[in-house]
Design a protein around this ligand. Structure first.
Ligand code: FE2
Length: 306
């Protein structure tokens, strides 16, 4: 019965309450007036949330003043995301915390990944993990579990959602084990081109138990491209592809940050800004990435009811 109720809840969260994405803008591609109304309507509501206001709508002068602010930090002993860290996130759109988790929590996460690598499942998975192939270039094995399995990760997640959304939001916790199975990979729209996930301000959290070098498909982010200003609105109202192949994207692009990191690194990124997973450059490369996503439980109504 509980399982049945959970499925109904999931259906409502995924379909009816779903946070606005780019689909409407794609559907209305020839009607600029409708697109303008849609973008302005949702951004006007998001702006009323004072936490979202601080991170996404602050005047450009603030970003200019903090242009060179450092967004890379070492974790502190209480695993606190400090005000200084949040200021860096507000300015750059990305925050990197190195040495984030204690040894035993990192090892527990590595155990989940090794089950995905081996295809033998004993851990607390929500459902049996699945495998997907992309053009015979990459193989992705993925599975999900509950955040309550990871005390420190949960603490970071709660602090981040409280600060950014003004509410603690339970994330979906998705493990992705991605492997290059060809000699190289073709670029993919919505993944390996710099792109935006949705025009409404939102964030994702990532954790990598292992080191990521430049050839291991590191995450990239166009610095400060999350800030809602005239160029940002113009891009979403007039763009055709919502990615770097569109001429208008150049107004959002400045410095491209590449997240090459040591083992045990956590990072937060505002993925309404332009970002991508870079393509694999190392033969026989693989990547273990844990994604914390909030879109299912911070939905349409959360943006409307401020
Ligand atoms: Fe994305």
């Amino acid at each position: 019965m509980i399982n049945y109720l959970n499925k109904i809840k999931k259906f409502f969260n995924k379909r009816i309450f779903k946070t606005p994405d780019l689909k409407y803008l794609i559907k209305e591609k020839n009607n600029t007036e409708n697109k303008k109304k849609h973008v302005n309507y949702w951004l006007k509501h998001a702006k009323k949330n004072h936490s979202l206001f601080n991170f996404f709508f602050s005047p450009n002068e603030y970003v200019k003043k903090n242009e060179n602010i450092d967004y890379e930090f070492q974790a502190n002993k209480d695993s606190v995301i400090t005000d200084q860290m949040f200021s860096a996130l507000a300015s750059a759109g990305i925050l990197i915390i190195k040495n984030a988790l204690p040894k035993d929590e990192r090892e527990n996460i590595i155990c989940y990944f090794s089950e995905l690598q081996k295809g033998a499942y004993k851990k607390n998975w929500s459902e049996k993990p699945q495998t997907l192939f992309n053009d015979n270039d990459t193989e992705l094995t993925y599975g999900s579990t509950d955040i309550s399995n990871f005390k420190f990760l949960k603490s970071y997640s709660d602090q981040a959602s409280q600060a950014i959304y003004n509410k603690i939001v339970k994330p979906n916790v998705d493990f992705h084990y991605l492997k290059l199975i060809n000699k190289s990979e073709k670029l993919i729209k919505g993944e390996t081109y710099l792109h935006s996930d949705r025009f409404i301000p939102h964030f994702k959290m990532f954790y990598s138990p292992h080191k990521i070098d430049s050839g291991d498909a590191p995450f990239q982010f166009a610095r400060s491209s999350h800030i809602v200003n005239e160029n940002y609105k113009n891009f979403f109202i007039n763009s055709k592809s919502f990615d770097e192949t569109d001429e208008l994207s150049k107004y959002l692009m400045n410095e491209i940050i590449t997240v090459t990191v040591p083992e045990n690194t956590l990072y937060i990124s505002f993925t309404n800004g332009l970002h991508r997973r870079s393509d694999f450059k190392n033969l026989k490369s693989e990547r273990c990435m844990l994604f914390l996503q909030y879109v299912e439980r911070f939905n349409k109504f959360d943006y409307l009811l401020n």
